[in-house]
Structures are given as C-alpha cells and as structure tokens.
Design a binder for this molecule. Structure first.
Ligand SMILES: Nc1ncnc2c1ncn2[C@@H]1O[C@H](COP(=O)(O)OP(=O)(O)OP(=O)(O)O)[C@@H](O)[C@H]1O
Length: 566
C-alpha cells in the first residue's frame, strides 16, 4: 500500500534562514554581526580589567567556555552552512583553544525537518517521475533528519526496501550566499595584523568550500559508498549499503535499506547477545584497514554513522566526507608512529615535515625541542597504554599558536582515531586503540611488503642506513658550514638572560625618569591653579599626579626585584 500523509508538522519558522522572505542583505548583516561580536569578545578576553576582581587562569577558562556555548548556539541559528563549518572546525584543535573545539564537537544537526510535500517535489524534479510512480510505498516521516538532508524508508515496486536520502531544499542557494559572505570575512581575517599572522585563512576557507560542496553532491557520495563497499568486499563483518543508481541523482540518493542497532546503544547491543569487546576491536580494525591498507577512510565516524547487524557485522552509513591518504603518506604516518614509540623527536619532526603537517623553517630547533619535551614528559606510560586522544591533544597543544598548520587530512585522521577511541571505550572500558593498532600495523607492513620480511628489522636497517648516510654526509656539511662562515653568510643568534634583564632594568629607569617629570609638572600646575582659585582644575591636576605617583611606585618596586636577581 502506498502511504501518503500530508504533514505540516515539520514547518518550523523558528530559524530565520528557514523563512521564505529572509533576504540576502539581512543575512549579510546577521553574519557580520556575529563575527564582530565574536571579535569584540576575544578582544575583551585579553583585557585584564574586564575580569571583575582580577584575572586568573580559572576565570579565563570559564569565560572561554561561556563564549563557546554562545558560539555553538549562534552557529545553530545561522543554519546548515555554519553548522557544517562549526563541525569542521571541531577537528581543528591546532587552530582554536580546546574550550571552543570541545563545544563545537557537540554541534548537532538540530534543525527542523522539511515537509513531505517538499520531499515529493524534490524527488519529482530530480528523478523525473512522481513518488507513487517510483515507489510502492514511501514513509512520509523521516528515519533521520540532519542539516543537509533527511532519510526516508521506502519500498520499490520490485519489493526491495530502500533508504532514500533527500537533500534540504534551497541548500545550494544558501551555500552560495553564505560562502560569498564567508569569503569576505576570510579576506578580512587574512589581512588582519593579529588574526592573520601565521595562519593561512584563505587556504582553510578553500578547504572548507571543497568539503561542503562535495557533501551536497550525492553522486560523489554514491561513488564513495561503492568504493568503500569494494574495499571491504572480503570482510563479511563489515556491511556497506548498495547504491541504487537508477533512483539516484545529485540531490536524491537511494540505498539498500540496511537497518541495525546504533553502536552507542549499549543495552540494545547486549540484549541482542552481541559481544561489546569484540565490536570495539572490530571497529578499530575496520579503521586501521581503511587508513593503512586502502588509504580511503570514513572521515566522520561519529556513533550515529556506525550500526551493528543482528549477527554482529558493522554497518557504515554516510559517505559524504571521506579522506584519502596516498601510499607515501601512509609510510610517513608509520614513521611518525615509530618515532613516537622510540621517543625520537628528530624522527617525528622529519616525518611530520614530509607529511606536510608542519612547514620546515630556518630553525626547527624550538619545534623539535617541544616535541622532545612532550615525548619525554607526557608519554611516560608504555606506548600500548597511551590514548590516541591524549597524543593528538599533545600534538595540537604544540601546533596551537605555532607558525605552522596541520593539513585537513591529518586532522581528519586524528579526529577519526579519537572518535573511534571514544566509541571503543564506550563499548569496552578496557579498550585501548594503540594495543589493537600495534600488531595490526605490523601485520599490514609485513604483508604489504611481503618480500621484505620482518618489519622491525627493516625499520632498524633503514635507521642504520640513515645513521651511516648522515655520518658520510658529515664532512660535506662541515665544509658547507665553513664556507658560509668564510663568506660571512652565517648568522649567529645568542641570547643572554643577564643582558636582557639589564636592558629591561635600564628602560624601566628611563620610564621612571619620565614619570617623575610628569608628576612634577602636574604638581606645579596644581599649585599654580590653586593660587589662581581654579579649585577643580587643581584637584584634577593633583589626581593625575597622584595616579602617576602610584605607577612610579610600582615601577620602583619592580626595579628592586631586578636588583635582587643579579
Ligand atoms: N541504507 C540505510 N539503511 C538504513 N538506515 C539508513 C541508511 N542510510 C542512512 N540510514 C539512517 O539514516 C541516518 C542518517 O543517515 P546519513 O548519516 O547518511 O545522513 P546525513 O544527512 O549525512 O546525516 P549526518 O550529516 O548527521 O551524518 C543514519 O544514521 C541511519 O540511521
């Protein structure tokens, strides 16, 4: 029977972007207003006077958390483009402080579903036939509704049950308007002396645009699903819905209906008699296979996108955002992993440079030292006991405020790992991603290069070769250095803490002299004004002198402290 219900229950005008008469100009003002409010907030954060009762680290964190909640709510009100941009930024702990990133990660697609009439209209426009002509039955109530589209269950005339994903109406137009405005904002950020420094905002904007446009192209999503399905052909414990291409277009995607229990519904999984521990390991293995074997991975593995069939196979949904890693990059990722395991900052820096994760600069010393510090201090537990999110947090901590940025692929991998670790820990509190990763990575490396034998020996051999080539290269490097010295091309940077202190003391003394002069001038003026009966002006002058006096006293106390340091 063909189920059809005219429903107006979904009509929701609570969000401005969802209203018919929402103008482009109004949107322009709404978005810029948000950006300026945000910048004003950031500016205030830096001013110690804006914290009543004095500034402390706790107060700063509390303020940032409050702001993060406001940002999340405003992005939600600004609609689909901003929800997606916010979700993308939730992977960029290298660009924003952790309070903001954590809050953005909670950005759910809580937007009203669109009406069934609109669904019918889009299907007809896209597939050239009416819904009853195409489907035997079509459930008007969506299984799931998100910011970009919604999924309906339906049956084809052949009897096959399908899941039909329909894109939200007007999305392309909204993207065009929003992304044009965002381009203006990006240009402004890039040219800003403070916000633009050391950050490639235009590059980040281009990356966001590419991902967003790809996500609303359902033909690409269908092709991704096919590739993913092919990659897991040999693993019967992974299920990927088959695409029904006859019923698919850029805005309508029809997939084989594969229901399952969501991986985060623990009670339901247990009730079905499924082994939570085994599922956690399976999830990790499926991911490692994607990353290390196929180089094609699901970049958005949140629990909503993974389910389990009654016989324990994992189902993956949503192939709108996929990451791709080239073979060379996979090898570098392994090298980074080895470097971390051996606490060798030099190796980590080299592989991160080769990965394009950090840009080489004249002096990599500070970066190497901070990585070595992290390896020595934070990673005191055995490698197997490390958590991926702790490692990525540490890496982001280093990257934040440094003049380099991680490319999107790298942050996608990190986010995928961290999310998956969270999913695994939810399933099995004892779960450890690294523990699963190590033997698997070994197996893949040995199998992948079958003829090369033992991987560890290979790695050791490679490192030995590296050491010898460095040794052989030493005379050449010494000669280069001497040549540079002769040419006068060598710049030597020295830093003496004592000299710095002395200089600071000198400039404080100079400043003190200026303050003393100003105080005398104002005191003198106050006396003259008083003699001439300008009482109020005299008081003001005296107050200024008093204020300067306080500043001078603080400066003298500071000088006293410098003296004690010598
Ligand atoms: N082939 C399918 N069979 C059964 N259910 C499906 C199928 N495809 C999608 N679903 C259901 O619909 C939900 C949303 O699907 P999907 O993630 O593809 O949509 P989306 O619009 O991209 O959502 P989001 O952006 O929030 O991930 C899934 O979590 C799943 O419950």
């Amino acid at each position: 029977m063909y189920r059809k219900r005219r429903s107006t229950a979904y009509k929701d005008n609570a969000y401005r972007w969802n209203r018919e008469n929402y103008s482009r100009t109004r949107r322009f003002f709404d978005i810029w207003f948000f950006v300026f409010s945000l910048m004003a907030g950031f500016w205030l954060n830096k001013k110690s006077w804006s914290y009543p009762g004095g500034v402390t680290e706790e107060k700063r964190i509390a303020r940032r958390k409050e702001q993060a909640v406001w940002i999340r709510n405003t992005l939600l009100e600004l609609g689909p483009t901003f929800i997606k941009v916010g979700q993308l930024f939730s992977t960029r702990a290298d660009l924003f402080p952790s309070e903001y990133v954590d809050e953005l990660a909670k950005l759910q697609d809580k937007v009203p579903a669109f009406s069934y009439e609109q669904v019918e209209r889009i299907i007809e426009q896209e597939l050239g036939k009416t819904t009853p002509e195409l489907f035997h039955s079509f459930d008007p109530i969506p299984i799931a509704a998100a910011s970009l589209g919604q999924v309906h269950k339906a049956t084809l005339h052949s009897g096959e049950t399908v899941a039909v994903k329909v894109q939200r109406p007007g999305l392309k137009k909204l993207f065009e308007i929003d992304l044009a405005i965002l381009k203006g904002i990006t240009r402004y950020f890039q040219s800003h002396p403070e916000i633009g420094r050391g950050r490639d905002w235009l590059g980040i904007y281009d990356e966001c645009c590419r991902i967003l446009w790809e996500e609303i192209e359902y033909l690409t999503e269908g092709r991704n699903a096919d590739t993913f399905r092919r990659n897991f052909r040999a693993q019967d414990w992974v299920k990927v819905p088959r695409v029904n291409w006859r019923y698919t277009s850029p805005r309508v995607l029809t997939l084989e209906y594969v229901p399952g229990i969501k991986i985060s519904h623990y009670e339901a999984l247990e009730a079905a008699g499924l082994d939570r521990r085994a599922l956690a390991r399976q999830g990790a293995e499926a991911y490692l296979r994607q990353l290390l074997n196929d180089g094609f991975f699901h970049a958005d593995p949140h629990p909503g996108n993974i389910a389990v069939t009654p016989d324990g196979a994992l189902i993956f949904y949503d192939f709108g955002m996929m990451g791709q890693i080239k073979t060379g990059v996979r090898e570098q990722l392994m090298k980074t992993l080895f470097g971390i395991a051996q606490k060798d900052a030099g190796q980590v820096v080299t592989s991160l440079i080769e990965l394009g994760a950090i840009a080489p600069t004249d002096d990599m010393g500070p970066v190497r030292r901070s990585i070595q510090y992290m390896l020595d201090h934070f990673m005191d537990k055995p490698f197997e006991n490390q958590s991926v999110s702790a490692i990525s947090d540490d890496l982001y901590e280093i990257a934040y405020n440094q003049p380099f940025r991680f490319p999107a692929t790298f942050t996608f991998v990190m986010r995928a790992f961290s999310t998956l670790e969270g999913v695994g820990k939810g399933l099995d509190p004892e779960f450890n991603f690294m523990e699963v990763a190590k033997p698997f990575a070994m197996e893949i490396m040995t199998n992948g290069n079958g003829s090369q034998g033992n991987t560890f020996l290979n790695e050791l051999g490679r490192q030995a070769a590296q050491v010898s080539s460095t040794a052989l290269g030493l005379p050449r490097r010494l000669e280069d250095t001497l040549e540079k010295l002769e040419r006068g091309d060598m710049r030597v940077r020295t830093r003496s803490i004592e000299t710095e202190r002395l200089l600071r003391r000198q400039s404080s003394i100079q400043l003190g002299t200026i303050y003393a002069l100003i105080i005398s001038a104002f005191t003198l003026s106050a006396t003259l004004l008083l003699i001439n009966h300008y009482l109020w002006l005299a008081v003001i002058s005296l107050l200024v002198a008093g204020g300067m006096g306080v500043v001078l006293t603080r400066l003298i106390l500071q000088l006293d402290r410098y003296d004690k340091m010598f």
